[in-house]
Each structure stands twice: as structure tokens, then as C-alpha cells.
Design a protein around this ligand. Structure first.
Ligand code: PLP
Length: 352
């Protein structure tokens, strides 16, 4: 039983999504043949970009081959040498690499500390500054203080980039992500990064925003310009997945219900959970050895959960990263909790 992937809505193996991919491959071939600005941009890409713009309520969206590249693109296009990039200490590695590549001065504020971000903005002397944050933190499952960050960015004339890789499709009454959950507008977070390999079950990513922003990225972002376009069958499959995600709200509701079921049962069983109400549910075990031992024990019991260790997480914060999916059954979730409770008790004894 896979409790470690990011297939939140159960779309990665959905027959209609797979069929859209093979039907498009039969029609258009497997590869796009070139980058978007040469001859690689096809009808499926164009349609998907329009549909992603409509879904996120933005003027335009631009496809990228991966979320890693979308973040490199967004950060490096908006900030450059002599300018300032502020990142949450637990930001995704691709935002950190974007900051490094940009050549900007780069500071990390304490996790979820919007006041620290605001102080750093107030102290700066240069004109351009960018705050970049995950919407939902990928290894912790908590949601960034986006309202406070948006206020700080607005007050100090900085860009706010929100990477909502784990929020889109999952959070908010219609699945529009962390911003919808927190009732924020597009103006609050003008640069939205989304990935397609998580809730939408396929592969790729996008940036959504105003026409001006997207045109600027298209002209300036090297991770967009100098790479082969995503294959059209991937775009076709994603269009189908996006359609299903929007027309089958039961997937999101079921995912949230299973998440609550997991949390209630696991906390009752004294499993050391973190404070997350998203489908990312870390079980905090401390040292890497304990986490690996727990991973192995669970695997032997038929549950595939992965131990996440430093340097991906801070020293002493190794964990099992449990993720839930609408494709899980109640019985599978209950079975996982039963095994987790047994394994946590055993490994903690074993390591003392
Ligand atoms: C997965 C992830 C990415 C990278 O997306 P890929 O499409 O896998 O390259 C970026 N940001 C966050 C927060 C992620 O979790």
C-alpha cells in the first residue's frame, strides 16, 4: 500500500487520464520535438494553459517541464544581482536553488515567521525584493501565513511568489489551493506556481499570473526558453485530470475525510503527529536511524511510507512522511494506523 506518493486525488492511474495520454500520443506522437519558442508548442499545450488560467482565476498561465524549473524561472526572472530574495527556512529546494542562481542577496527567515520577513523587507535599501514560499510545506504539511506575507509584500512593494505544489487540487472549497483556503485574492499573491505531478497525477508545472507577468517570463525565463517542451500527450492527460478534479469534488472531500480519520485514529494511538491538517501527515521520529527502522518495519507489514531525513529536513527532525489519497480505503488507513502505532512503540524502545 503506497502511503508515500503525492497522488492526492487518485488520478495518476485513472483510466480516462491514461486514455487521454495514449489517444494524444497516437495523434501527435510521443515527443514535442523542440522548445516552446521554436516549434514545440502545440494545441494541447495552448488549451491546457488556458484551462489552468481559468482554474486559478488568472489572466494567463505558462507551462514548464517541471516544478523545479518553474521555481528557478520565477525567482530568477524577478530578482537579480544586487536585489533581495527572502525565503522561508523550510522552502522547497527548488526555490532555494532559484535564489542561488539569481545572484540576488538571499536570506531565509524562520519558518512561517511573516514578521521576520517583513523586518527584512523594511531594512532593505534596494528597490526589488521577492518573497517566495511554499503554500503547503512539502515535508511538514502546514500552510504558510500567506495573508501576513501578502500584507508585508504589499506594504514594502515586493513580489510574492507562492509555490502551491501541494495545495492546488486539494485545498479550498473548489480545490483552488492554499489561497482559496485562506480567502486570498490573485492580487495578494501575484505569482502562483503550480505543479502537475501531484494532485493532478501527471507531470509538469506552470506559473499563473497577469498577461504582463507571463509575457515577461516567456521572454526572460531561461528554464522556459532553453528546454524541450513537455510532450503533448502529457498535456492532454493533464487536461483530462484537471477536468476530473473539477467535476468530481468527492475526491477532495474523501481525501479530507480520510485525512481526518487518519489524524483522529493516530493521535488516539499516540503516534507522534505534527500539526498539519493537509494530506501530508509527518510522523516525527527524531533521528534518522529510528526513521529508517520504522520505514523497514512498515514495509514488512505491507505499507510503503518513506523516511525523510536530514538534509531534506533539519537535523533531529527525521520523520515518516505519510500522505493520504482519495484512492485509499478507510480499511487501508485504519490498517496503517494500527501498524504505525505498533512500529512507533517498538522502534522507540529499540533505540533507547
Ligand atoms: C514537488 C515540488 C516541486 C517540484 O515539482 P516537480 O514538478 O516535481 O519538479 C516544487 N515545489 C514544491 C513545494 C514541491 O513539493
Amino acid at each position: 500500500m503506497d502511503f508515500g506518493s503525492n497522488d492526492y486525488l487518485g488520478l495518476a492511474r485513472h483510466p480516462a487520464v491514461a486514455a487521454a495520454m495514449s489517444e494524444c500520443a497516437a495523434r501527435c506522437g510521443a515527443g514535442s520535438g523542440a522548445s516552446h519558442l521554436v516549434t514545440g508548442h502545440g494545441t494541447e499545450h495552448a488549451r491546457l494553459e488556458e484551462e489552468l488560467a481559468a482554474f486559478t482565476g488568472r489572466e494567463r498561465a505558462l507551462l514548464f517541464s517541471t516544478g523545479y524549473m518553474a521555481n528557478l524561472a520565477a525567482v530568477t526572472a524577478l530578482a537579480g544581482r544586487g536585489e533581495l530574495v527572502l525565503l522561508d527556512r523550510l522552502s522547497h529546494a527548488s526555490l532555494i536553488d532559484g535564489a542561488l542562481l539569481s545572484g540576488a542577496r538571499f536570506r531565509r527567515y524562520a519558518h512561517a515567521d511573516a514578521q521576520a520577513a517583513e523586518r527584512a523587507l523594511a531594512e532593505r535599501s534596494r528597490d526589488v525584493a521577492v518573497i517566495a514560499t511554499d503554500g503547503v510545506f512539502s515535508m511538514d504539511g502546514d500552510i504558510a501565513p500567506l495573508a501576513q506575507l501578502a500584507r508585508a509584500a504589499e506594504a514594502h512593494d515586493a513580489w510574492l511568489i507562492v509555490d502551491d505544489a501541494h495545495g492546488l487540487g486539494v485545498l479550498g472549497p473548489s480545490g483552488r489551493g492554499s489561497l482559496e483556503r485562506l480567502r486570498l485574492s490573485c492580487g495578494d499573491a501575484p505569482v502562483l506556481v503550480g505543479t502537475l505531478g501531484k494532485a493532478f497525477g501527471t507531470f509538469g508545472a506552470f506559473v499563473a499570473g497577469t498577461c504582463e507577468l507571463i509575457e515577461f517570463l516567456l521572454q526572460k525565463a531561461r528554464p522556459y526558453i532553453y528546454t524541450t517542451a513537455l510532450p503533448q500527450p502529457v498535456a492532454a492527460a493533464t487536461r483530462k485530470a484537471l477536468d476530473i478534479a473539477q467535476h468530481e469534488p468527492w475526491r477532495r472531500e474523501r481525501l479530507l475525510a480520510l485525512t481526518e480519520r487518519f489524524r483522529a485514529a493516530a493521535s488516539h494511538a499516540k503516534v507522534p503527529l505534527a500539526a498539519s491538517d493537509t494530506p501530508i501527515q509527518p510522523v516525527m521520529l527524531g533521528d534518522s536511524h529510528t526513521a529508517l527502522l520504522a520505514q523497514q518495519e512498515l514495509f514488512n507489514a505491507g505499507f510503503w511510507v518513506v523516511a525523510i531525513r536530514p538534509p531534506t529536513v533539519p537535523p533531529g527532525a527525521a520523520r515518516l512522511r505519510v500522505t493520504l489519497s482519495a484512492a485509499h480505503t478507510e480499511a487501508q488507513v485504519d490498517g496503517l494506523v494500527e501498524q504505525l502505532s505498533r512500529v512507533c512503540a517498538r522502534v522507540q524502545v529499540a533505540c533507547e
